[in-house]
Ligand binder design. Structure first.
Ligand code: NDP
Length: 296
């Protein structure tokens, strides 16, 4: 079997086009411009690239972008004061604090100081609770992007067996909640799971969010299953740096029914969903109907 490739890059372009159309309508009909504020503390090179991409794509869809770059030694009180200003600013509908933060800053405290209605990353404890209880929330971007691709490919996910490898707060756990919300039978696997390959082979939908390059090989995949590779790992191959996922693409694609590639799968969907969440936050803040198909 050769798997169908789920093209996240093309899907993300469609989501951005949808966002752009809606933003254009908000501007024309209401004079509203959705605004996203991104806060970066320190000079982590990967974070700088993410923040630059987010800023560029925010402007491309017609939204306002506010970038706040703070030095690595920024005091916690100063960061909290900035977030308080952004919470109060009516031009800002979404706030994202780029993680990881330098070690002297308490990430939980910082994230929980964001107004939950502006928490477009969906990491605030209120949004986590709302998602866990099946209520309207801001949904974390990476799992939201994965769910959109799965719904697009399968239609209904009801009754499917889903295995999520990884239990982090930003990917694994919210991914499992979303799949449960779509009536999958969900297993969450992690580093203590016994016979991981056998557990994974029970999956109709296998989501890999492990942070280990190419760990999930074809042996972990049930023939015909759909494999979603969340991983982003930089590895050296033949003397060059290369991006690979948590899935060993060649062996998994030989067994799977469908698979997301790295790059070009989940990654582009993450930023597209950030823009979608900012638009949703803007609509909610102004008592307007939410755009269809861009949130759960
Ligand atoms: P974390 O390191 O926070 O979590 C990794 C999870 O994988 C943990 O729950 C851990 O288990 C589990 N794990 C680690 N080793 C094994 C193993 N050998 N067997 C089974 N489970 C294991 O990572 P994140 O969730 O933040 O990210 C996961 C991946 O997704 C990374 O590659 C990251 O770069 C990528 N990512 C991609 C994004 C995108 O936009 N595409 C966005 C965010 C992340 P335990 O809890 O027991 O330690």
């Amino acid at each position: 079997m050769t798997a169908t490739v789920i093209d996240g890059k093309a899907f993300a372009a469609r989501v951005r086009a949808q966002v752009q159309t809606h933003v254009g309508r908000l501007k024309a009909e209401r004079g509203l411009v959705p605004g996203l504020a991104v806060v970066l503390v320190g000079e982590d090179p990967a974070s700088q690239v993410y923040v630059r991409n987010k800023g560029t794509q925010t402007l491309e869809v017609g939204m306002a972008s506010f970038e706040h770059k703070l030095n690595a030694g920024t005091a916690e009180a100063d960061l909290l004061a900035l977030i308080a200003r952004l919470n109060a600013d009516p031009a800002v509908h979404g706030i994202l604090v780029q993680l990881p933060l330098p070690g002297h800053l308490n990430s939980e405290l910082i994230i929980n100081s964001i107004d939950p209605a502006k928490d477009v990353d969906g990491f605030h404890i209120s949004n986590v609770g709302l998602l866990g209880t099946g209520q309207k929330s801001m949904v974390p971007c990476t799992p939201l992007g994965c769910l959109m691709m799965l719904r697009d490919y399968h239609g209904s996910l009801s009754g499917m067996n889903a295995v999520v490898v990884g239990r982090s707060n930003i990917v694994g756990k919210p991914m499992a909640q979303l799949l449960l919300g779509d009536s999958c039978t969900v297993t969450i696997a992690h580093s203590r799971t016994r016979d991981l390959a056998a557990v994974c082979r029970g999956a109709d939908i296998l989501v890999a969010a492990v942070g280990r390059a190419e760990m999930i090989t074809g042996e972990f995949v049930r023939p015909g299953a759909t494999v979603v590779d969340v991983g982003i790992n930089r590895v050296e191959r033949d003397g060059r740096m290369k991006l690979v996922g948590d899935v060993h693409y060649a062996s998994a694609a030989a067994v799977a029914g469908a698979i997301t590639p790295v790059p070009g799968g989940v990654g582009p969907m993450t930023i597209a969903c950030l823009l979608a969440n900012t638009l949703t936050a803007c609509c909610r803040a102004n008592g307007l109907p939410e755009p269809e198909g861009l949130t759960v």
